[in-house]
Ligand binder design. Structure first.
Ligand SMILES: Nc1ncnc2c1ncn2[C@@H]1O[C@H](COP(=O)(O)OP(=O)(O)OP(=O)(O)O)[C@@H](O)[C@H]1O
Ligand SMILES: [Mg+2]
Length: 290
């Protein structure tokens, strides 16, 4: 399904998509995280989208807010989209996925960012949810939106930033009450920089760690098979290479990029990528570590 056009005059939204979309399935299936993490994410999302309207928020405070935290390149942003796609499949209808622009609220504009944030939560998002479809809103890099009020000095963290954070908190509460068909997925690679009251509102916080050897092996296999096919791959040698990647502290994105670097290391490989060998990838890793 095509991306939806963001209506004119709507600020703070980068993109909107109608899901499910076959092209989005790999954002879920090819992101390697423990199966129970995916299970929890999907369960919470479905619970929130299906049942929040009927729940007494004092007895069971469901905000419809999931936080994905973890180092760069661990799949947070990709998985958020994949989650929306999976939710649409499970619900058997359309889910609208809305991406909020984390940089649309420049904190240096005194007073302005607070007003923009308030507008986003008071008007823009309720309007989008008001169209009726289950809606998942991505707050990517939320540390830039809900800046910790306790963490930094007023000098580095102008009063306006604090007000913007207050506006985000009030906004999340307001949307939780008024839009039961809307669920937020927030990502951050700097959770200490995210306001504690924001994190306290999360129904589920999942920490995505750097991949372990088994995960790296799976990611290497997936990336290499894209290039050389499954027949051309000597699976037995993947284990040691995966371990070397873990020892080098590579995140999942860098593991995939390693294959790309190996491909670009020699002209023959650029012309004939299917002749890539594991030795080339190992050499790229050594080159990276030196
Ligand atoms: N856990 C993973 N399993 C497999 N591939 C991954 C994983 N994490 C990341 N990747 C690869 O890296 C790409 C970028 O990941 P993504 O942008 O989702 O990471 P992120 O955690 O949001 O990073 P950042 O904190 O820098 O925004 C993915 O599209 C995928 O190719
Ligand atoms: Mg990201």
């Amino acid at each position: 399904m095509p991306a939806l056009t963001v209506p004119p005059g709507v600020e703070g939204i980068v993109a909107m998509h109608e899901l499910p979309d076959p092209a989005w399935e790999s954002r879920w299936t090819r992101i390697v995280v423990p199966e129970e993490v995916k299970e929890r994410l999907l369960n919470f999302t479905l619970f929130s989208l299906r049942h929040r309207a009927r729940i007494d928020a004092v007895r069971l405070p469901v905000h419809g807010l999931i936080v994905l935290a973890g180092p760069p390149g661990t799949g947070k942003t990709t998985l958020a989209g994949g989650l929306a796609d999976q939710a649409a499949r499970a619900l058997g209808g359309t889910v609208v996925f809305v991406e909020v622009d984390p940089h649309a609220f420049p904190s240096q504009m005194l007073g302005e960012s607070q007003r923009s944030v308030a507008r986003l939560f008071d008007r823009t998002l309720p309007d989008l949810a008001g169209r009726g479809a289950p809606t998942i809103v991505l707050l990517d890099e939320v540390e830039s939106l809900a800046v910790s009020r306790g963490g930094a000095s007023l000098e580095t963290n102008p009063v306006d930033v604090h007000r913007a954070t207050d506006a985000v908190l009030a906004g999340v509460d307001q949307v939780a009450r008024a839009c039961p068909n809307l669920t937020f997925v927030a990502t951050t690679n700097h959770s200490v920089g995210v306001d504690a009251a924001f994190l306290s509102r999360a129904d589920l916080i999942e920490d995505l760690a750097l991949p372990n050897a088994a995960a790296v092996e799976q990611i290497l296999r997936d990336t290499l098979e894209q290039v050389v096919g499954s027949a051309g791959l000597d699976g037995a040698k993947l284990g040691p290479l995966a371990k070397a990647c873990v020892d080098a502290g590579l995140d999942a994105r860098r593991v995939r990029k390693l294959v790309l670097r190996a491909l670009a290391s020699r002209r023959e490989l650029v012309l004939k990528p299917e002749s890539l060998r594991l030795e080339d990838v190992a050499a790229a890793l050594r080159a990276e570590s030196t």
